[in-house]
Design a binder for this molecule. Structure first.
Ligand code: ZN
Length: 186
C-alpha cells in the first residue's frame, strides 16, 4: 500500500465527511476495550456492533444467533469475523444451534468473498484466550481472511480499505449485497 493510493482513495473532502463517523468507529477499533474481566460484556465491541446500523457497525450479515462483521484493521481486504451475539469466550460455550450457525455463516462468508473478490484461498480460525493472541478474549470471534497469490494485487477499490476506514463501508456494501444473491451459489 503506497501513500499515493491513500491520496487517491481519499476522494473529495465532501465525500469523506459524509462517510466517516469517527465517534462510531471508536467502538469497532476497540479503543475502549473492556478493562474488566473477560466475562463482562459491558463495553465489549462485539456486543456493541450489532446495536449499530449495518453501515456504522460494518455488519455484513445478521443471522439469528451469529453475525458477520468486517474487521476494521484487516489482515487482508475483505477480512471478516463471524461472532455469536451472545457474549461467550470459549468455543465450547456455544450451544448446538450457535455452533451450527457459526459454521454455516462462515461457509457463506467464504462463498461471498470468493464470489466478490476471486480469493485464491482463506485462513479461517479463532484465537482463543489472550495467550493465543485474541485481542478481545471475552467474546468469541472466528476470523475469515481471504488470500490471493501475492496478496494485494486484486480489486484496488477494496484494497484501499486497509488504510481508509471510510472505504470499509464500500467493502461492506459489496459483501452485503452479494450475501443474499443466488449468483454466489452458481
Ligand atoms: Zn461481547
Amino acid at each position: 500500500m503506497t501513500d499515493d493510493a491513500s491520496v487517491i482513495g481519499a476522494g473529495t473532502p465532501d465525500g469523506l465527511e459524509r462517510l466517516w463517523t469517527p465517534h462510531r468507529m471508536a467502538y469497532i477499533k476497540g479503543e475502549n476495550k473492556p478493562t474488566g474481566p473477560d466475562s463482562a460484556s459491558t463495553g465489549c465491541p462485539f456486543c456493541e456492533m450489532p446495536k449499530l446500523d449495518d453501515d456504522e457497525g460494518l455488519i455484513v450479515a445478521r443471522g439469528a444467533l451469529v453475525f458477520c462483521v468486517l474487521n476494521l484493521y484487516p489482515y487482508n481486504a475483505g477480512h471478516v469475523m463471524v461472532c455469536p451475539y451472545r457474549h461467550v469466550a470459549d468455543y465450547t460455550d456455544l450451544d448446538d444451534a450457535e455452533t451450527a450457525e457459526l459454521a454455516s455463516v462462515t461457509q457463506r462468508a467464504i462463498r461471498v468473498i470468493r464470489y466478490v473478490s476471486a480469493a485464491d484461498g482463506f485462513n479461517i480460525g479463532m484465537n482463543q484466550g489472550r495467550v493465543a493472541g485474541a485481542g478481545i478474549a471475552g467474546h468469541l470471534h472466528q476470523h475469515v481472511v481471504p488470500r490471493w497469490g501475492g496478496d494485494g494485487n486484486f480489486m484496488p477499490v477494496i484494497a484501499r480499505t486497509k488504510v481508509l476506514p471510510q472505504l470499509l463501508t464500500d467493502t461492506r456494501r459489496l459483501l452485503a449485497d452479494a450475501w443474499n444473491s443466488s449468483a454466489v451459489d452458481e
